[in-house]
Design a protein around this ligand. Structure first.
Ligand SMILES: Cc1cc2nc3c(=O)[nH]c(=O)nc-3n(C[C@H](O)[C@H](O)[C@H](O)COP(=O)(O)OP(=O)(O)OC[C@H]3O[C@@H](n4cnc5c(N)ncnc54)[C@H](O)[C@@H]3O)c2cc1C
Length: 440
């Protein structure tokens, strides 16, 4: 197979951001191909169809152009009409699908990108072929590429227990698209697994639909994310150079101080840590990274992923009325009776009866990455063994420890090595850097 050039596997926001930055650098787009089942720029995050699912940061922080941070906010102010719920005291929080429309308009405005070949399929395997790669697709065909960028993003969630169960309209394993509430009766007893931003999205849309059945949220820490504040002017803090895990943690603690995390000032200080955290993270050795992730990863996630005011307000309202209950526990399995009632088992031995269960426990494992690690195309990361070992330049590493010169990664699939590259702005900065290296 003759390699055609650069192939981006995945068609979500990371892929779109990389293409936009390649085009902005004047890269030749002949021979660039995208593979992915969804429209370019949508993906798991922004391809959602539910108008109640909103961006969880204010418009100014949704950035594809690091040098023009207000670009989306300005676009939204001009192009989004009649969304009375968007404006809040701490900024405008638009619908998630509005950001996909914005990215689509950025792509449409660039003819070289608008006409790119896009193979609407999923890649299931990658194998070496001469100096390039053969990419096997789920429709049985194979395509070639001389260089690959993996932009496979957030893998669809699985149930957070070993025995997987079949999806049904009332057993919602992947809630991100937001297409499930219409299948749920207004009086259904609902169990929500997890207490992060996806759980708040679920609660918000249920409240909007005047759901009147009881909602029980089950999560190991039993804590809801804090709400976004109106922080401004966070200076980018320089991290200390030669620290181990304890020094890394101490720097964070000293920076945020004793202020309650609900406060605007706490978030301002926290945000000032985030600008250079990826570089600081990459200076830690793998053992220290693993130690920090195991002990404090959950706390970082809780502080980092703040809820939009709309979803947070809905959860508070339902807690106040008693319709929403939080149980500190872990779901260990679900069985369904012949009458269609779901019996939800918990780690403490308690059981809950539910008419519907919504899995908001987070992303699953990436099947393509699992495959290329299993077949030795890429080496495993030292401590996060289900993810690939990568250089700081985002190249995947071969089994012999040398970097692949023609296989790279971008976006959430790099966060175990690159740190906090999960939001639109940090992915955009990463895309800008990778585009510069690919053009060279
Ligand atoms: C539910 C949710 C809400 C979020 N909300 C926000 C927000 O409000 N603000 C913010 O800044 N960030 C948000 N994020 C963070 C988000 O991860 C990033 O902003 C961004 O969407 C990541 O883009 P991506 O393209 O890497 O991943 P994804 O959006 O997950 O897209 C990956 C794409 O690749 C495709 N794909 C996967 N595997 C293959 C394969 N083997 N072959 C071909 N295609 C494949 C998938 O089908 C998907 O279309 C959210 C994330 C999630 C999951």
């Amino acid at each position: 197979m003759t390699p055609s050039g650069l192939c981006i596997i995945g068609s979500g926001y990371s892929a779109a951001a990389l293409l936009l930055h390649l085009e902005a650098r004047g890269a030749k787009m002949d021979g660039v191909t995208v593979i992915g089942p969804q429209a370019l720029g949508t993906g798991q995050a922004f391809g959602c169809v539910n108008d109640d699912f909103r961006l969880n940061v204010r418009a100014e922080l949704m950035q594809v152009w690091p040098d023009d941070p207000g670009h989306f906010a300005n676009w939204a102010a001009t192009n989004i009409a009649g969304d009375r719920e968007a404006d809040t005291d701490v900024g405008a929080f638009y619908r998630r699908r509005d950001f996909a429309s914005y990215i689509a308009s950025e792509i449409r405005a660039r003819p070289a990108l608008a006409s790119l070949p896009h193979i609407k399929a999923s890649a299931v395997n990658i194998s070496a072929s001469g100096d390039g790669w053969d990419i096997e697709l789920d429709d049985g065909s194979t395509t070639g590429a001389s260089r690959i960028v993996l932009a496979t993003g957030n893998p669809p969630p699985v149930w957070p227990f070993r025995e997987q169960i079949a999806d049904t309209p009332s057993l919602v394993r992947v809630p991100w698209l937001g297409d499930w509430p219409e299948n749920i009766d207004g009086g259904a007893r609902i169990v929500v697994i997890g207490s992060g931003l996806t759980a708040l999205d679920a609660i918000h849309t249920l409240r909007h639909r005047q759901h009147h059945g009881g909602i029980t949220l089950v999560a190991p820490d039993g804590m809801l994310p804090p709400v976004q504040t109106g922080w401004r002017d966070a200076d980018a803090l320089e991290w200390p150079q030669d620290v181990r895990a304890s020094g890394f943690l101490k720097f964070m603690r000293d920076t945020v101080g004793d202020i309650p995390w609900e406060d605007t000032e706490w978030q301002r200080r926290f945000e000032s840590l985030r600008y250079h955290i990826s570089a600081a993270w990459q200076r830690l050795d793998a053992a220290d990274q693993g130690r920090l992730m195991r002990r404090f990863g959950w706390l970082w996630s809780l502080a980092r992923f703040r809820a939009g005011p709309q979803a947070f307000g809905s959860a508070q309202m339902l807690l106040d009325t008693g319709q929403l209950d939080i149980v500190t526990d872990m779901v260990t399995g679900i069985t369904t009776t012949s009458g269609g009632v779901h019996d939800v088992g918990l780690a403490t031995g308690a059981r809950l009866s539910a008419d519907a269960v919504i899995n908001c426990s987070g992303a699953g494992r990436d099947p393509l990455i699992t495959r290329i690690l299993d077949n030795g195309t890429a080496a495993r990361h030292q401590t996060v063994s289900h993810r690939p070992a990568m250089t700081s330049e985002l190249a995947l590493i071969r089994a012999d420890g040398t970097p692949h010169g023609n296989m790279f990664g971008i976006g959430p699939m790099t966060s175990h090595v690159a740190g906090d590259v999960l939001g639109s702005a940090s992915i955009a900065r990463q895309a800008r850097g990778l585009a510069a290296r690919l053009v060279q």
